[in-house]
Design a protein. Structure first.
Length: 172
């Protein structure tokens, strides 16, 4: 299977898991759940490091729109995912290993140990969830609620993304 088709398939699976399974795992009120499970930034995290920025942003936009449609949140998930896609290259440059990246390497395949992957995933996921909550609340007067919700959602979501990384590495 070619690389673009494989990653588009992964993206479809991740989006389907988000809207069919993890959407229903939110705890709190139906209007404002305090605990959410957000795994869809994983589709940007696992892309090869040399992916063209335009493709990454377009993929983030399309997947964000699909998720917004199912969540009935016009633009909230899209804006957070496009932001995450936009800063992905910048974060990759910050956490780049001393030896650099292989041409076709994905973050899961980089052999600097699991610490590098989990650091990269945690930075992107935290920033994504923070932007998601800032756009969702649309006011800094709720900063305590935004930070609390961001930390809780980040903890649960990062646990699942770390589990995905461990399973993926053990299958390789």
């Amino acid at each position: 299977m070619s690389i673009p088709i494989r990653y588009l398939s992964y993206s479809l699976i991740i989006v389907l898991l988000q809207v069919m399974l993890f959407k229903h795992m939110a705890l709190g009120t139906t209007i404002d759940p305090y605990i959410e499970v957000i795994i869809y930034p994983l589709l940007l995290i696992i892309l090869p490091v040399n992916s063209p920025s335009g493709f990454v942003v377009l993929l983030g936009f399309i997947c964000g729109m699909i998720i917004d449609y199912f969540y009935s949140t016009p633009g909230v998930h899209t804006s957070a995912l496009v932001f995450t896609a936009f800063i992905r290259k910048f974060i990759l440059n910050i956490v780049e290993p001393r030896t650099g990246y292989a041409v076709e390497a994905t973050p899961l395949e980089i052999r600097t140990g699991g610490y590098w992957y989990y650091s990269f995933a945690a930075i992107l996921l935290f920033l994504h969830i923070l932007i998601y909550n800032l756009v969702s609340f649309f006011s800094l007067t709720f900063m305590i609620n935004i930070l609390f919700k961001t930390l809780i959602t980040f903890s649960i979501s990062m646990l699942l993304i770390a589990l995905h990384g461990m399973i993926w590495r053990s299958l390789r």
